[in-house]
Write a protein that binds this ligand. Structure first.
Ligand code: C2E
Ligand code: CA
Ligand code: CA
Ligand code: CA
Length: 279
């Protein structure tokens, strides 16, 4: 069977109609899934290396499809960005992450921030600030328990307006981090311009640590850059103890990855939060 990758799409014109149809049907079922409230959030813990404690979690979208199984966001987010569905989806994610986090706090579980991924399209919406404020108001979640993950491409549009918008969010107490750090456009000026509190080292740079000398150099450089700027640094996609040991030696602050936990559904995450001692 042929892969459905978008790159292949351009080349195999003979199968174009089939692929176009598949795409259209995926698009329609995504639209229905949004309407019927069928999307789910999973949560992946973020752990402080020094204490070994869970100090945060990232909300990751899942689309349970009745025929195709769980569809990865890597597949449907790009589609949703092309057809505009990312706007209602992104709004739902914000509301649901805030609602769920507040519910866990009310159940007496550990209070930690939830990080939400933002699409550039969402961020550029004129009412983006209101959407965030609304999610916080409806859920009653304190802003310091919400973190927004921004990508470098989102920050590339360095308009005065976006700087002000981010400063407003920061002043409200919302935390801001840069996702997949180092994979986008490498102008570092935005580190000064934007009120960021955390850098997330992309998984590709954490692979084969410490054997890969380029990746070792890059992660070390990102950690010290982050620390010089007063930011906390988290390594993504950490799967092995060897990686953790290297990151610990470099004084990286946090890790997120299969070594500690895969993304968990809400029920599993709730159990995990409940099993951790609350001071
Ligand atoms: P991301 O933001 O870089 O999220 C991290 C991805 O790495 C997640 O994939 C996570 O499951 C995976 N991961 C975590 N630890 C490990 C590990 O140790 N090894 C490996 N191999 N993978 C690991 P996932 O959940 O499939 O999400 C893929 C991407 O989809 C995300 O990448 C993010 O860009 C996007 N995404 C997910 N949820 C949302 C959302 O609510 N809104 C938007 N706009 N994008 C989202
Ligand atoms: Ca992310
Ligand atoms: Ca990432
Ligand atoms: Ca990524």
């Amino acid at each position: 069977a042929k892969k459905n990758g978008r790159d292949n799409f351009e080349f195999f014109s003979s199968s174009m109609s089939t692929q176009a149809l598949e795409r259209l049907s995926l698009e329609n079922s995504l639209r229905k899934a949004v309407e019927n409230n069928e999307l789910k959030l999973h949560y992946q813990p973020q752990v402080a290396i020094e204490s070994g404690k869970i100090v945060g979690m990232e909300a990751l979208l899942r689309w349970p499809h009745k025929d195709l199984g769980i569809i990865s966001p890597a597949k449907f987010i790009p589609l949703a960005e092309e057809n505009g569905l990312i706007i209602p989806i992104g709004k739902w994610v914000l509301n649901e992450a805030c609602r769920q986090n507040k519910t866990w706090q009310e159940q007496g579980l550990m209070s930690i921030p939830v990080a939400v991924n933002l699409s550039a399209l969402q961020f550029r919406q004129s009412n983006f600030l209101e959407i965030v404020q609304e999610a916080l108001t409806i859920s009653q979640l304190k802003p310091c328990f919400l973190e927004l993950e921004l990508t470098e491409s989102l920050l590339m549009d360095c308009s005065e307006y976006s700087v002000r918008l981010l400063k407003t969010l920061r002043q409200m107490g919302v935390q801001l981090s840069i996702d997949d750090f180092g994979t986008g456009y490498s102008s570092l000026t935005y580190l000064r311009r934007f009120p960021i509190s955390k850098l997330k080292i992309d998984r590709s740079f954490c692979q084969n640590l410490p054997d890969d000398s380029n990746n070792s150099a890059i992660t070390r450089a990102i950690i010290s850059l982050g620390h010089e700027l007063g930011l906390s640094v988290i390594a993504e996609g950490v799967e092995e103890t060897r990686q953790l040991n290297f990151l610990e030696a470099q004084q990286c602050d946090l890790i997120q990855g299969y070594l500690y936990s895969k993304p968990l559904d809400a029920e599993e995450m709730q159990k995990l939060l409940g099993s951790v001692d609350v001071l």
